[in-house]
Design a protein around this ligand. Structure first.
Ligand code: SAM
Length: 250
């Protein structure tokens, strides 16, 4: 009996470790979506959910169900932006990362994406998919076509610096006080701030001095989120003693 138990333990240990790892990351994401949707509901942040990097629809499904738990978010609209061909060839600043990220990684075609999320119970009437490379699709013409007024939640999961730059440029007009921006791969470059999504965000904030970011939650291995504020003629001036929470990222 003891031999059998030991044998079973030996066989299952690698598998159970993997299951636990997957669940930890998965649960972290579920928790983050729930916190963020709860925040958006509590603070009455109006607007849509924008997702940049959707692959097979896992994150969209989780965001959809998280929103469904909150009464005011029952009619939230979801916009997903993806090549649906996977990652582009890592170039420019990302070229050195080609051992980690390769062209075509996470490819999932649009039909399969829609079928999958539909099977998981997502209401496709509230989901708009914008297929294509960000460098080609994210522009003023698209903005004029989309019924997006403001963003409540932005999920950035496109891994690469070169992909994140056009994404942030595109969302600039949709940012309002309380928009939550989540980066799935904030720490993916060994925590370096001069790589990947973190670098693109730092540069974008420097280019847009009216936008501030308050660090919100660090979740799972690599996720980071920020609550955004926009200063302007109608914005409330930050109180001096609250300075830390309004700190501009450097
Ligand atoms: C890690 S996957 C997203 C995973 C998904 N959020 C999930 O958790 O289920 C990254 C996605 O970003 C997309 N992507 C990255 N760079 C892109 C670009 N420049 N243009 C369009 N899509 C891009 C890829 O097609 C891929 O589907």
């Amino acid at each position: 009996m003891r031999v059998l138990r030991r044998l079973l333990g030996t066989l299952l240990r690698p598998v159970s470790g993997r299951i636990c790892n997957i669940s930890r990351e998965y649960l972290s994401r579920l928790l983050l979506f729930d916190i963020v949707m709860g925040f958006v509901e509590d603070c009455r942040v109006e607007g849509c959910y924008l997702e940049f990097g959707s692959a097979g629809g896992g994150s969209l499904t989780d965001a959809f169900y998280a929103a469904r738990r909150y009464r005011r978010l029952n009619k939230m609209l979801f916009f997903v932006f993806d090549s649906f061909e996977g990652l582009p060839e890592p170039t420019g600043l990302d070229a050195n990362e080609s051992r980690r990220y390769s062209k075509g990684d996470y490819a999932c075609n649009l039909d399969r994406f829609k079928r999958t999320v539909h099977q998981r119970g997502v209401d496709l009437d509230r989901v708009t998919c914008i297929p294509g490379w960000y460098s080609e699709t994210l522009n003023g013409e698209l903005k004029r076509k989309l019924p997006i007024t403001k963003a409540a939640v932005v999920w950035v999961d496109c891994d690469l610096y070169e992909s994140t730059v056009p994404v942030l440029e595109f969302i600039t007009d949709y940012i309002q006080d309380g928009t939550v921006v989540i980066f799935d791969d904030w720490f993916s470059f060994k925590g370096r701030r001069d790589r990947g999504e973190a670098r693109a965000f730092k540069e974008w904030l420097a280019k847009n001095p009216s936008i501030q970011a308050t660090e919100y939650h660090i979740v799972g291995r690599t996720m980071m989120s920020f609550i955004m504020q926009v200063s302007g003629p109608t914005a409330v001036e930050p109180v001096a003693s609250e300075g830390a929470s309004f700190a501009k990222l450097s």
